[in-house]
Design a protein around this ligand. Structure first.
Ligand code: FAD
Length: 471
């Protein structure tokens, strides 16, 4: 057949994984084509994920903080939210970031081809543009970075009042009563935004607690601080029916455990379905390239992000959990370098996670619950923020910092921070784990005073028994 473009490296999908892979490939001197179905680069993260959600969460945090100033003797007028203005702000943030990427692609002479890509052979992919026109791109090497999509519940009807995370980020209006189906990070971040903007929130979750992943002691701090936002927190509860009625969206529930009582059906003005994401591996005709895709749509890779086909790599959400942007970016660099013949490996000890709620919940490495389940012995350094001058001065001392050490080697293997700006600080604990630091290394590192980050050094000092004068 006819080949329209020949290249050395073809990258499929322009999310954090794909654009990072394309940029690194181009920087290494490979002639690179980047295929993306949407008009803007950046994928889920920049367009409908990490970045727009953080723009809204920032505004929500400012509104809440202004209100909390009353405790400190300063009162502001009630906020007057112009939802169109807020949406425009969020769109501006996204536009700056995606526009920046377009500039970076151009500067590197990455050939961005817009359209939906489907493999036709191990060395060719066909791209169908919006107008139906097709192009075949021949490549010597490829990196698949087609990401993931929201999981839909089969019984949920189409209705403008029922949204996924993308719909919630469109900020069409503020409901009075909103249900969040799925108590994970994405659902809770959106719950936070809508709650601050005036919605009453119910949340329903199958598991026995909200925000699975971090230790319960951290989630408890978040939950206590945010209880006032929720009318009902329904855990161990399944959503079994959703009906779009004129008077509202009627949702019915079932107890996850047999015999337990289920909540009564409820009416909502808005329902957010946030029950997870599934990989796009099954939607790109990978079989035509000989690439093996699991039944769920994941693509298996080795330590260099190589698929079962030696010249084709895969990265990001579609190679497995955790589905996080910073993981995708690191994998992207490994894949591009490996494709270029370098001995790069994805060889990280840990990948940090953050819930950008208020307070933020951030964790990295092993958790106490995981260690318990696996029979791993840990020792802990725990520093309550009530003892942090900065946290107290900020009027936000509900949080804590904890460090987890291997009981035998005394090296740090995990840690968690709950409190304001926790996400900005967790990187230090990740670094300590990667470097094989012990409590002395961390505790004897001088942290600036008074900062929230100092709590990491203090937690290490608590562990070493140096700091015992806590309240
Ligand atoms: P994606 O970002 O999914 O990009 C894949 C790209 O490939 C898309 O642009 C898609 O259009 C394109 N594509 C797919 N198939 C084709 C095809 N056949 N042809 C052409 N193009 C195709 N992660 C964090 O780390 N921090 C956060 O704060 C965070 N917040 C989030 C908030 C929300 C609401 C959501 C939904 C996700 C959030 N995530 C966050 C997760 C993060 O967005 C993903 O982990 C990340 O985007 C994955 O990057 P990726 O490159 O693997 O894929």
């Amino acid at each position: 057949g006819k080949v329209d473009v020949e290249c050395e490296m073809m990258v499929l999908g322009a999310g954090p994984g794909g654009y990072s892979a394309a940029f690194r490939s181009a920087d290494l001197g490979m002639d690179t084509v980047l295929i993306e179905r949407y008009a803007t680069l950046g994928g889920v993260c920049l367009n409908v994920g990490c970045i727009p959600s953080k723009a809204l969460l920032h505004v929500a945090a400012m509104i809440d903080e202004a209100a909390s100033m009353a405790k400190h003797g300063v009162t502001f007028a009630q906020p007057n939210v112009d939802i169109d203005g807020l949406r425009a702000y969020k769109d501006t943030v996204v536009g700056k970031m995606t526009g920046g990427l377009a500039g970076m692609a151009k500067a590197r002479k990455v050939n961005v081809v817009q359209g939906v890509g489907q493999f036709v052979s191990p060395n060719h992919i066909e791209v169908t543009a919006g107008d139906g026109s097709k192009k075949v791109i021949g490549f010597k090497k490829a990196i698949i970075a087609a990401g993931s999509s929201v999981v839909k519940l089969p019984f949920v009807p189409e209705d403008p009042r029922i949204v996924d995370s993308t719909g919630a980020l469109e900020l069409r209006g503020i409901p009075k009563k909103m249900l969040v189906i799925g108590g994970g990070i994405i659902g809770l971040e959106m719950a936070h935004v809508y709650s601050t903007l005036g919605a009453r929130i119910d949340v329903v979750e199958m598991m026995d607690g909200l925000m699975q992943g971090p230790d319960r002691d951290m989630v408890k701090v978040w939950q206590k601080f945010n209880e006032h936002r929720f009318d009902k927190i329904m855990t161990k509860t399944k959503t079994v029916g959703v009906e779009a009625l004129a008077e509202g969206i009627k949702v019915s529930f079932e107890a996850a455990e047999a015999g337990a009582a289920a909540p009564e059906p409820q009416l909502y003005d808005m329902v957010l379905v946030a029950v997870g994401r599934s990989p796009n591996g099954g939607k790109i005709a990978a079989d035509k390239a000989g690439v093996t895709v699991t039944e769920r749509g994941f693509i298996a890779v080795d330590g260099q992000m190589r698929t079962n086909v030696p010249h084709i790599f895969a990265i990001g959400d579609l190679v497995g959990q955790p589905m996080l942007a910073h993981k995708a970016v690191h994998e992207a660099h490994v894949a591009a370098e490996a494709a270029h013949g370098e001995k790069s490996f994805f060889d990280v000890k840990v990948i940090p996670s953050v819930a950008y709620t208020d307070p933020e919940v951030a964790w990295v490495g092993i958790t106490e619950e995981e260690a318990k389940a696996k029979g791993i012995k840990l020792e802990k350094g725990h520093f309550p923020w009530a003892a942090s001058g900065r946290a107290v001065a900020n009027g936000r001392d509900e949080g804590f910092t904890k460090l987890l050490f291997d009981a035998e080697t005394h090296r740090i293997v995990g840690g968690g921070i709950v409190g304001t700006h926790a996400g900005d600080m967790i990187g230090e604990i990740a670094l300590a784990i990667e470097m094989g630091a012990d409590g002395v290394d961390i505790g004897k590192t001088i942290h600036p005073h008074p900062t929230l980050g100092e709590s990491i050094g203090m937690a290490a000092e608590v562990y070493e028994g140096v700091c015992t004068d806590l309240p």
